[in-house]
Design a protein around this ligand. Structure first.
Ligand code: DER
Length: 240
């Protein structure tokens, strides 16, 4: 089974939880893309009716529209029945790192408004401690004086050996490095922890959010109600 097969298996298991009439939080990323395809298929076949999706990104909104899922937003539906989304890391307490796709703010708003938040991952996302994958822990920041905010974040973690922070950029068609801009017209500063995020995660979360230039970060602590993990030896569902 390829990694994409495992993502599809986890996504379809999550869609099995969807009932007609539900207000659904629709996550962002390649794993959730399989859930969107499956939802569109079930709706087209009449197996699911009267569902409405609250997309966590413009990209997800376009994909959901393409497969025929009616869309709305939190203003119209302040309580979401079930959100389905992927994650970049899952620790044993079901804390998550999310946002490597750049959609963490809308994901956290919508998943924070959900009665149930089901996370779908392949086994490669499991870590013993957050930040331990050596990959980015994203922080959404306002563009205004982002270098100042980056310096504040660096000073916060300057005791962590191997830590560094970097503005997320992409190369435009002329090959010029440009800042990545989120759906909310903000920038992202990615934090890299060589040995994972040390200390109490709630304290770390609060200390990051205290900086006025910070909008939100990609640690989703205590938010997942269950995690569906598809591995080569089968699928496990862990409830919080
Ligand atoms: O950026 C995000 O938050 C995505 O949900 C990410 O965490 C998972 O993306 P993937 O399903 O493509 O691995």
């Amino acid at each position: 089974l390829s990694q994409d097969d495992l993502k599809r298996i986890a996504a379809h298991r999550a869609v099995d939880l969807v009932e007609s009439g539900m207000v659904l939080g629709l996550g962002t990323g390649s794993t959730t893309a399989h859930a969107l395809d499956r939802l569109g298929d079930l709706r087209r076949r009449g197996a699911l009716r009267d569902i409405v999706g609250i997309p966590t990104s413009l990209k997800t909104a376009a994909h959901a529209t393409a497969v025929g899922i009616p869309l709305s937003d939190l203003d119209a539906h302040p309580v979401v029945d079930l959100s389905i989304d992927g994650a970049d890391e899952v620790d044993p307490a079901l804390n998550l790192v999310k946002g490597r796709g750049g959609s963490l703010l809308r994901e956290k708003m919508i998943e924070g408004a959900s009665r149930r938040f089901v996370v779908i991952v392949d086994e490669s996302k499991l870590v013993t401690c957050l930040g331990g994958s050596g990959l980015a822990v994203p922080v959404e920041v306002v563009p205004f004086c982002w270098k100042y905010t980056l310096g504040q974040l660096e000073r916060l973690f300057d005791n962590d050996s191997g830590f560094y922070a970097k503005l997320r950029t992409f190369s435009d068609k002329e090959g010029v490095e440009m800042p990545f801009v989120t759906d909310n017209s903000n920038y992202i500063i990615d934090l890299y922890f060589e040995k994972g995020i040390g200390g109490d995660l709630d304290v770390v979360s609060d200390s990051i959010l205290r900086f006025p230039g910070v909008v939100e970060h990609g640690m989703f602590l205590g938010m997942a109600t269950s995690v569906i993990v598809a591995g080569k030896n089968g699928v496990t569902v862990t409830m919080k």
